[in-house]
Write a protein that binds this ligand. Structure first.
Ligand SMILES: *[C@@H]1O[C@H](CO)[C@@H](O)[C@H](O)[C@H]1NC(C)=O
Ligand SMILES: *[C@@H]1O[C@H](CO)[C@@H](O)[C@H](O)[C@H]1NC(C)=O
Ligand SMILES: *[C@@H]1O[C@H](CO)[C@@H](O)[C@H](O)[C@H]1NC(C)=O
Ligand SMILES: *[C@@H]1O[C@H](CO)[C@@H](O)[C@H](O)[C@H]1NC(C)=O
Ligand SMILES: *[C@@H]1O[C@H](CO)[C@@H](O)[C@H](O)[C@H]1NC(C)=O
Ligand SMILES: *[C@@H]1O[C@H](CO)[C@@H](O)[C@H](O)[C@H]1NC(C)=O
Ligand SMILES: *[C@@H]1O[C@H](CO)[C@@H](O)[C@H](O)[C@H]1NC(C)=O
Ligand SMILES: *[C@@H]1O[C@H](CO)[C@@H](O)[C@H](O)[C@H]1NC(C)=O
Length: 807
């Protein structure tokens, strides 16, 4: 298939997809006016659209009928009609008010793809058939009304994976089934995935995320006012989850009072339930306000029976409830088996109850109706198998005229969590304190007071000592860090990279809050942080399980400490705390190159002049690494996601975890451990583990081709006839057809000459033979308007010896 015909298919696909302008933009669907692919309904205020869409951005023929935010370019679909049955022949398919009374998606062959499940028991004869209409309203609800105004069907009654403000999720079931949000299979496939979210079928007081049929995360139990609210600093408001009774059934919904922002709750395909708000003020993206579960420890039953997850610790960890100790299995020291009592419970005596505060109370409770607090206490005291109870006054008459909530536990206490500032009291049964215990108790109370006053004195003294010695300490850490590491690092770094305390970092990143996570680096997660004086930082947290961590850590600190260049990311500090190893970088608000380059919405922001600037910046940074710095450095993992962009879109090379230092006269190295990213790795490195500056040149060439084409090296949609981007570029270059290689979103702004030369340079850099590739060294200079890769005597070599690049 030739490129042109493929181009034709791409064009066709674009015409069919939701990206092109639509012809119809009414908010009503009328009986004799079916909706076809390419037209859409628009809510009166323009917020929501309804029509046909294709969720996959590669060429696919699966279409769906759905509702999406009309003005939001990404992750915008909020409802899908035909999740299970994609439309495969979009041109002959319509959405119609068929038969005068029902919504039907069907094709010209008469196949029914989807039919709205209208109330079958309604009294047809009392409604005037024929006058119906379906309206997409401003809240995103698609409503089918009979001519007398009765709602026959509405999309809000059939949630998919997204809950919008005003939408209700049924949590009790009198006459209808419970409702759940069910995740998409993946971001390109709306068919039902494995994760779902909704109320506990046994008791509406709590909600679950399920992984298939297994609980994955349980919400705290509703208590007061049947409302769960959490204040979110980022929107300076509280987001409420409420439970309300409508007719005979109970529904949950959410909202932010007085807030007009675009907010949604989404059951994500990764298994997290996310509260997202569209932020118009920054780079036009969804900001995550909250995600659950936010750490492993808070997943369902993680700490086992009678264990609990202590979320008040900087790193949430499992602990045993008071009076319990871990069950120690020889070959299994994990907490998953939970805890058991230190002393067996003697039920013949009068037991007392220990109060645990701020708890997410356990699962599998018994809900006893109409009890006062004292009655609830008695209920548990009088039944030996009752291990714990909890009580709340819901102060609401909405549910069955009963505002009490007495919960009893008859067996194991599982999935308990200690929360920060929220939660409620949990009363657990313990043996009554004997006289001896009482004496111990008195000791337990007075002794801590004495000890703590002593401790305070010691602390004051220590702080004083610490301050005096802080300087020496930093030096010592540096010495430890540098000793025994890389051979060429014995010349000590400038030493003005400060050591930051773990507390400072915890504070800045809000305990590594998952909403601050920026992404995954080479060896761990990267978090955004803010010091209290306002400075923003990016914290790379090396994961403990990566065995190579400490080596890469030393490597990176030592290297970056010595490197100062405006096209390299700047290290601000580092921190070692127990097993934790943290690197603190300057924060670059525009994240990385790949976030722009391979995102259809953001890529037009990188016009040709910006891309050219980025190519030059990377070349300069690489040149500095290879030659101009005091060391000879080979980066070994140059790729789009390691190129960060600052406010001015200047590129900064990051992630030196895999970099190697070279002697000046060393030509190439060998490694058994080939690290890097396929596609960017030169053939000799990927196949034989041989690396040299020429392997970086290869990666640079790949980057240049990606920047110009806006396609990933591994992209399959570019053209079926070519195995990869390189072969594709070569073929077009050979035919003098470089224009077709250039990203269609910049072809307008592009200086063709300049782009052609960059393609040329990119191709030179990705030659199989490392010796044929040009060096970054000697010069990658910017002179006048042109970019050249030169080597003093060989400028002409690059532009004349075309026969050299046999791909
Ligand atoms: C049309 O409506 C009638 C009832 O009014 C129903 O019996 C019939 O099945 C409907 N046909 C279709 C194709 O929906
Ligand atoms: C269905 O229609 C009947 C009769 O009009 C009504 O009583 C019932 O509540 C309706 N059910 C739903 C789910 O709307
Ligand atoms: C339907 O409505 C008509 C007119 O209001 C009434 O006479 C009839 O009994 C109703 N039928 C049912 C099944 O409710
Ligand atoms: C969900 O369950 C599957 C199958 O047991 C498992 O592979 C997957 O890791 C689980 N997902 C999460 C997020 O735990
Ligand atoms: C929106 O983005 C701006 C700029 O990045 C940020 O300051 C603000 O907190 C964001 N708002 C929300 C609600 O996320
Ligand atoms: C609870 O008590 C009230 C008044 O004492 C009574 O009206 C109501 O039916 C009781 N509810 C239940 C579920 O027993
Ligand atoms: C304790 O409660 C359980 C569960 O409700 C019940 O089966 C059992 O009979 C009760 N025992 C006593 C002594 O009341
Ligand atoms: C719950 O609180 C309301 C309002 O404070 C009060 O009127 C009611 O008596 C309380 N109910 C119980 C069972 O304590």
């Amino acid at each position: 298939m030739s490129f042109l015909s493929i181009h034709g298919i791409i064009l066709l696909a674009f015409t069919l997809s939701s990206l092109t302008p639509f012809c119809v933009s009414d908010s009503r669907l009328l009986p004799n006016k079916p909706l076809t692919v390419g037209s859409k309904l628009l809510s009166d205020d323009g917020t929501f659209a309804l029509g046909f869409f294709s969720p996959s951005n590669s060429i696919k023929t699966h279409y769906y009928v759905g509702i999406w935010y009309n003005n939001i370019p990404e992750d915008n679909v909020v409802w899908v009609a035909n999740r299970d049955t994609p439309i495969t022949d979009p041109s002959s398919t319509t959405l119609a008010l068929a038969n005068g009374s029902n919504l039907v998606v069907s094709n010209t062959k008469g196949q029914l793809i989807w039919v709205a499940n209208i109330n079958a028991t309604r009294n047809f004869s009392s409604e005037t058939i024929g006058g119906e209409e379906a309206i997409l309203d401003n809240s995103g609800n698609f409503i089918l009304r009979a001519s007398n105004g009765v709602i026959l069907w509405q999309s809000f009654d059939y949630p998919t994976d997204t809950l919008l403000p005003g939408m209700k999720l049924r949590v009790t079931h009198k006459s209808h089934a419970l409702q759940r949000l069910i995740s998409w299979k993946d971001p390109q496939d709306p068919s039902p995935g494995i994760y779902s979210y909704g109320a506990d079928p046994k008791e509406f007081l709590q909600r679950f995320i399920w992984n298939g049929s297994r609980p994955y995360r349980r919400s705290p139990v509703w208590n007061n006012y049947l409302v769960v609210g959490s204040y979110l600093d980022i929107i300076k408001s509280t987001i409420y989850m409420t439970v309300r009774r409508v007719d005979n059934e109970i529904f949950m919904s959410f909202g932010i009072p007085g807030d007009s922002s675009t907010t949604k709750i989404k059951m994500d395909y990764t298994g997290k339930i996310k509260i997202l708000v569209w932020n118009n003020s920054n780079m036009l993206e969804w900001n995550m306000l909250q995600a659950e579960p936010n750490h492993e420890c808070s997943t369902y039953g993680y700490c086992g029976p009678f264990g609990y997850c202590d979320s008040t610790e900087p790193i949430a960890t499992c602990k045993c409830l008071d009076g319990f100790k871990p069950i120690n299995y020889k070959d299994d020291d994990r907490f998953s088996r939970g805890c058991h009592r230190k002393d067996a419970l003697r039920c013949d005596q009068e037991n007392t109850f220990l109060t645990l505060m701020n708890m997410k109370i356990p699962d599998t409770f018994l809900y006893v109706k109409n009890k006062s607090f004292d009655e609830c206490t008695a209920e548990c005291t009088n039944n030996c198998s009752c291990t714990a109870y909890a009580y709340a006054n819901m102060s609401s008459t909405a549910i069955n005229g009963d505002d009490t909530r007495c919960l009893l536990w008859m067996g194991d206490l599982i999935d308990t969590e200690k929360l920060i500032g929220q939660g409620e009291n949990l009363y657990i049964r313990v043996n009554e304190l004997s006289d001896k215990n009482r004496r111990n108790m008195i000791l337990k109370i007075t002794l801590p007071i004495i000890i703590s006053s002593l401790l305070i004195l010691i602390c004051v003294w220590l702080v004083w000592i610490y301050k005096c010695q802080a300087k020496q300490r930093n030096k010592k850490i540096w010495k430890n860090l540098l000793s025994g590491s890389l051979s060429s690092s014995n010349e000590l770094g400038d030493g003005n990279i400060p050591f930051l305390t773990y507390q400072e970092i915890l504070l800045a990143t809000n305990n590594f809050c998952s909403s601050n996570m920026l992404g995954h680096g080479g060896f761990g997660n990267v978090y955004k942080g803010t010091f209290n004086y306002g400075k923003k930082i990016a914290v790379k947290r090396l994961s403990e399980c990566s065995g190579q961590g400490i080596l890469e850590f030393k490597n990176e600190v030592i290297l970056i400490a010595k490197l100062q260049h405006r096209n390299l990311v700047k290290l601000l500090g580092f921190c070692i705390h127990g097993d934790e190893k943290l690197l603190i970088y300057e924060y670059l608000p525009n994240t990385s190159l790949d976030a722009f380059l391979f995102n259809s919405v953001k890529k037009p922001l990188l016009d040709w002049s910006v891309r050219f600037k980025i190519i030059l910046g990377i070349a300069r940074g690489l040149l500095y690494l290879h030659q101009d710095s005091r060391l000879n450095i080979i980066h070994r993992d140059l790729k789009a996601s390691n190129i960060l962009l600052d406010e001015e879109m200047s590129p900064k090379i990051s992630d030196f975890g895999m970099a190697r230092i070279f002697d000046r006269n060393q030509q190439q190295g060998n490694t058994n451990r080939v690290v890097g990213t396929y596609g960017y790795m030169s053939p000799e490195y990927a196949l034989k583990g041989v690396f040299s500056v020429k392997s970086d040149v290869y990666s640079f060439g790949v980057l240049v081709l990606e920047i110009i084409s806006g396609s990933r090296i591994s992209s399959v949609d570019i053209s079926e006839d070519f195995p990869n981007l390189i072969a594709f570029a070569w073929s077009l270059w050979k035919d003098g057809n470089t224009k077709n290689f250039i990203d269609s979103s910049i072809v307008e702004s592009c200086i063709l000459d300049e782009a052609s030369q960059c393609i040329h340079i990119g191709l030179l850099c990705v030659q199989d033979n490392p010796n044929a590739r040009p060096l970054m060294s000697i010069g990658c200079i910017y002179s006048g308007e042109r970019l050249y890769i030169t080597s003093t005597s060989r400028t002409t070599y690059i532009f004349c010896r075309e026969e050299l690049w046999n791909l």
